[in-house]
Design a protein around this ligand. Sequence first.
Ligand code: SF4
Length: 367
Amino acid sequence: MLGYLKEAGFRISAKPEECDILIVNTCAFIDSAREEAVSTIREMAEYKEKGKCRRLVVTGCLPQLYRHRLLHSFPQIDYILGVDHLDTIVELCRSDSLSPTNHFAFSSNPTYLYDHLTPRVISTPPYSAYVKIAEGCSHACAFCLVPALRGRYRSRELDSVVAEAEGLVARGVREVNLVAQDTTFFGFDRGVKGALVKLLKRLVRISDLKWIRLLYCHPDRVDDQLLAVIAEEEKVCSYLDIPLQHVDKKLLRLMGRKGDRASFTALITRIRKVVPDIALRTTFMVGFPSDSEDKFRLLCDFCREIEFDHLGVFTYCREKGTRAYRYGDPIPQKVKEDFKRRLMELQALISSNKNTSRVGNMREVLI
Ligand code: SF4
């Protein structure tokens, strides 16, 4: 949206007090994200009442869920834009002929996919950029609202991703981080097998690109070809981010996910065998219905055994519209928080030992 607006001649500012038009881009996949979004809308609505602002636009995932409710609660909102048709942001901001107010640009089945011709404003430091290789998700994790919010998985054209990376590198970017809800699913929706490996092999040929990093891989799809390209290609970082969610088999099935402690241990052993210096990152969810002290201990044992380099923990948040909603929310918040604290304390110790072991090493960094 920033790219479209800049190309159309708008001046972009992060200071709401000096803006004629305020855009609140929202996240809505868990409760706390929605609360943050609503509180920002409330804050920005005040500028519409008392400040310079003459137009308030709310975009992103929150309107995908609650557009009528939002308009009812905040009559200051002029326009709503969901996660589709992002280019219409220019029309919403430019045209005075779109009244009456509360104009929607909304689709309940999003199909938007940007390409290399889409203008972009890089909001990360100038040496690094995220490149989204796909939109949406076709998995069916019972706790997750993302497929409902953002539609089915749709991969970008491989050539388009490469062209975008070339353009970014020409602008000074040296590190490209590939993202999607599941990067390892890239190409499958188009019937192209091994598309991610093909993409990495094309990207390493961009001469001034130094690092290519893969985020959000799915444990079911980290295959030998992918590991081989990480091992063989110097520019592909020895780094994998694989959200596992849990290791207890029954709990994972209830979550609508495959795997268990044994299969994840085998996966990580296989990864480390092919790429011995790999840095592994994962995320877990604690407090999902049927979680227990025993299951939590199993998870801690696994983390002690594997020693991840980076680890994040989320507490389960029951979401209306997900399959898991019908399971209720039997684990008290206090217990969820306790599980989270204990796992993060365990990881702090592991991270500290890993960092200590690196003292005296020479590493190349990007600054
Ligand atoms: S793979 Fe990730 S985004 Fe997709 S449904 Fe599962 S948790 Fe949600």
